[in-house]
Design a protein around this ligand. Structure first.
Ligand SMILES: C[S@@+](CC[C@H](N)C(=O)[O-])C[C@H]1O[C@@H](n2cnc3c(N)ncnc32)[C@H](O)[C@@H]1O
Length: 247
């Protein structure tokens, strides 16, 4: 699924037509897939996204204004088809969920779920999460972060594309409020081991368990079983959860 290298977007063109140098260029953790967008996803993308979308901007987001209330906020990076996001948002209407995904079919799919379930506690940024976290989210602003089944990049030469890696995890940890949590899950053992090493080495984070979490629960909610979880178990990969607290 993700063997093709991603092509970084060209540098943004300045208004006077010059090309601005890229800000902190980084390796992308995703491959630009065209992917089939169904008619329903396309319709929801057009009809629902405008009211739940927070467009990427290289400036701090007023997150309370974006949700229209003061509540605990959870960031989910790479929500895929939005199955987990929608189930969690339905189970915890008191919590606000900010989902970040680059994949248009996935954004359309989550918009369909938002519409079907009449969710008003989900907002979507369709953009690279590394830049969203870096540019839009304030330090100490999140109650929790979910990274579920991130692209595993199994080939050794692609390991550098993995999202759960030191520079990004330090940045991400700084956006979590003290006492908040980071919950990751993967069905790839090698990536699980990398996650455990990277998160354990980050001085802002403390493991809530001795090693992997014994079940898919974090301090706010239980991670529901989804397609990737079921596939991991079916293929005998196993599934590993990690729950760390921000110090
Ligand atoms: C393997 S899928 C898992 C989807 C979902 N979390 C689940 O458990 O079903 C990983 C998703 O992360 C997204 N992704 C990867 N890197 C990303 C990034 N830097 N910013 C936003 N989304 C990203 C991909 O587009 C893909 O949809």
């Amino acid at each position: 699924m993700n063997d093709r290298p991603a092509t970084p977007p060209p540098p943004a063109a300045a208004q006077d037509g010059r090309t601005e140098p890229p800000q902190h260029p980084h390796i992308r953790s995703f491959a630009m897939r065209r992917g089939h967008v169904t008619a329903g996803q396309r319709r929801a993308y057009a009809d629902v996204l405008p009211r739940v979308s927070l467009p990427y901007a290289a400036q701090p987001l007023d997150i309370e204004a974006a949700f229209g209330r003061h509540a605990l906020r959870v960031l989910e990076i790479g929500f895929g088809m939005g199955e987990t996001t929608a189930k969690m948002a339905q189970a915890r209407p008191d919590v606000d969920f900010l989902g970040v995904e680059v994949f248009a079919a996935g954004v359309g799919a989550l918009c369909m779920r938002i519409d079907d379930l009449q969710l008003d506690n989900v907002r979507i940024v369709q953009h690279d999460a590394v830049e969203v976290v870096r540019d839009m989210l304030a330090p100490d602003s999140l109650a929790g972060v979910h990274i579920y089944f991130p692209d595993p990049w199994p080939k050794a030469r692609h390991h550098k594309r993995r999202l759960v890696a030191p520079p990004f995890i330090a940045l991400l940890a700084s956006r979590i409020a003290p006492g908040g949590y980071l919950h990751c899950a993967t069905d790839w053992q090698h990536y699980a081991e990398q996650m455990l090493a990277v998160l354990s080495d980050e001085s802002m984070l403390a493991n809530q368990h001795a090693g992997y979490a014994p079940d898919p629960r974090n301090p706010l909610i239980e991670r529901p079983t989804t397609k990737f979880h079921a596939r991991g178990e079916r293929l005998g990969h196993g599934v590993w959860d990690l729950v760390f607290r921000r110090r």
